[in-house]
Design a protein around this ligand. Sequence first.
Ligand SMILES: Nc1nc2c(c(=O)[nH]1)N[C@H]1C(S)=C(S)[C@@H](COP(=O)(O)OP(=O)(O)OC[C@H]3O[C@@H](n4cnc5c(=O)[nH]c(N)nc54)[C@H](O)[C@@H]3O)O[C@H]1N2
Ligand SMILES: Nc1nc2c(c(=O)[nH]1)N[C@H]1C(S)=C(S)[C@@H](COP(=O)(O)OP(=O)(O)OC[C@H]3O[C@@H](n4cnc5c(=O)[nH]c(N)nc54)[C@H](O)[C@@H]3O)O[C@H]1N2
Ligand SMILES: [Mo]
Length: 650
Amino acid sequence: QRGRRTEPLILREGSEYYEPIKWDDAIALIANKLNNLASPDEAIFYTSGRTSNEAAFLYQLFVRRFGTNNLPDCSNMCHESTSVALAESIGLGKATIRLEDFEQTDLVIVIGQNPGTNAPRMLSSLAAAKKAGAKMIAINPLPEVGLTSFVDPNPQHGNPFSVLGFRPAKLADIHLPVRIGGDMAVLKGLMKFLLERERRVPNSTFDHEFIAAKTEGYDELIATLDETSWDEIYTASGLSREQFEEAGEMIAASNGFITCWAMGVTQHVEAVATIQDIVNLHLLRGAIGKPGAGLCPVRGHSNVQGDRTMGIWEKMTPVFRDNLEREFAFDTPERDGLNTVESIASMRDGRAKVFFAMGGNFAAASPDTKAVSHALQNCDLTVQVITKLNRTALTPGRTSIILPCLGRSEIDRQASGDQFVSTESTMLNVQMSKGIFEPASDLLQSEIRIVCQLAKATLGDESEIDWDGFAADYDRIRDTIERVVPGFDDYNERVRVPGGFYLPNPPRERNFPTASGKAHFRPSVLEKIDLPPGRLLMTTIRSHDQFNTTIYGLDDRYRGIDGGRHVIFMNEADIAKHGLSDRQLVDITSHFDDGERSVSGFTVVEYKIPAGCCAAYFPEANPLIPLGSRAKRSFTPTSKCVVVSVRPAG
Ligand SMILES: Nc1nc2c(c(=O)[nH]1)N[C@H]1C(S)=C(S)[C@@H](COP(=O)(O)OP(=O)(O)OC[C@H]3O[C@@H](n4cnc5c(=O)[nH]c(N)nc54)[C@H](O)[C@@H]3O)O[C@H]1N2
Ligand SMILES: Nc1nc2c(c(=O)[nH]1)N[C@H]1C(S)=C(S)[C@@H](COP(=O)(O)OP(=O)(O)OC[C@H]3O[C@@H](n4cnc5c(=O)[nH]c(N)nc54)[C@H](O)[C@@H]3O)O[C@H]1N2
Ligand SMILES: [Mo]
């Protein structure tokens, strides 16, 4: 009834239906396939972001001991741009604030993030900040409810906005309706405004003491700001002089500010440089590493950050590599592995032959649905370890296996008793997670047990790793993590303390673990997005009633949509220009240098979105996302910036 399967299933080669298979047989079959590959690099091991620290650590250990770094994960499609940008700018690819900073801040900038829908818990912090008198600036092409407009005050809807005491509330003092992909221009405009202010009245705006003591690259940044003209900034951002002045003065007036961002910033060609402009803005004002000020990338899946800390990555840091090799006495694979987009290409071209997914819904979440489906179907074997059936099962490799696992809310019983696992939050807080519900079936196995069984079957005794011991007692996994991953000292003790513990966060103390020990201003050139006449820029968004590819309902009550998700939000003038009308059925085609892609039967919805821009839902619009279009340096698919044309349905 809840989409759960309780026993493993197999789709055998040539068959048209999945049938039950015993756990041992399924594991043996997978191990056999892996061991018969010409090279371990022919296998791909994907991870979604729900996997616990303990399971993630063992999973990457197994994969690297098997012999490959092919560990793509959902981060590649999510906050990879953030990790790349922050690592270069401040030496650590994570947030520099804690939740309590919201209580001490006087300004929050929310850019490319929709907290009302996607981070309701954070919305409480925003509301608390507002209550304490903080101001808020929202930078978003859409007037998202909860940021800009009055919201449904009905607490019976489980309404997150009720934090404001059930009164209809408006959080943002200023809404900047940026053009899609215009954020870099907004940030450069804000910095240019502050620079002009500083030049008019020296020492009025920049924190020169901080800049001199803790940063590098100031002069280069100023030079690029001088080279960027206001005309370019107005055109690319779609904003006016007055809007820059109003927001700029608010930033100049603040003692410290916090900037929150998510997918509206990360899934663009210039995402890395844009995030570095967020950092640049903070550095100019010294708004980092002090109470109420700092950087706050908002992550999605409950343990997507922890998975990366545990080594789920197609690369390895030298420290992680050394520690892993010392602890387990083997040579880790030298070559970097494949990220998500590279994995798809590799399966499509027949270079990768086995696809193994620890959670997630790869076929539906990835860009270019048709290409990724073909890529999966081109594999000899696809395997999903999942809590719920999903569409990826419908684009199977020649053989396909589904391994049903316990969810985190379920009691996990092992030889040494009931177990718990742990996760890391966006703000580096490591906490225990213990299931409380009776499992849906005693056939279900934990992710950890599945990894251990598979590792044993694949590697035999040669690995000299005590997989049985790990599966029997998760404390033993944590003892090992403590020796391999920095910051986890006394893991077993500290994770048992209510509230858990925080990992070290040097930038929070103004210690920047870069090569020079300083934070870097990272200048960049404002890149223009070329939009040929008749084309629109499309972004893809989530609604309240979905969690990524799991759709719970067809309504989007905050945007006034009922009973359907195949819609395209368009500006009134664009609808007229295209000779269309509100609620008309249309076909959409995306255009990129690797080809055109189309979907049909989408309904036009007139909406307040900047001219030249449009929006559709993820994952329904994913067939339109070009596989070849990726953010520079982070390789994130550019799901928030797709060039499309729209015409009446054929
Ligand atoms: N209910 C619910 N919660 C979720 C999820 C879910 O699917 N449903 N998913 C989880 C996951 S994995 C993640 S990563 C997060 C995602 O959380 P968000 O990033 O908030 O989610 P999105 O809806 O993808 O888009 C974010 C916002 O960016 C805006 N935007 C689009 N293009 C642009 C642009 O070019 N510039 C700017 N400034 N803004 C733009 C959109 O209008 C939207 O308001 O949420 C997590 N939480
Ligand atoms: N166009 C477009 N595409 C996007 C995005 C976008 O904004 N626009 N966003 C991207 C982002 S931010 C992300 S994070 C990805 C998401 O990509 P994925 O993480 O691959 O997708 P999800 O839909 O979150 O995966 C849901 C599945 O995970 C399984 N699952 C849930 N909990 C567990 C668990 O505890 N253990 C295990 N083993 N399995 C579990 C369930 O079977 C469920 O069907 O999509 C990306 N794709
Ligand atoms: Mo995400």
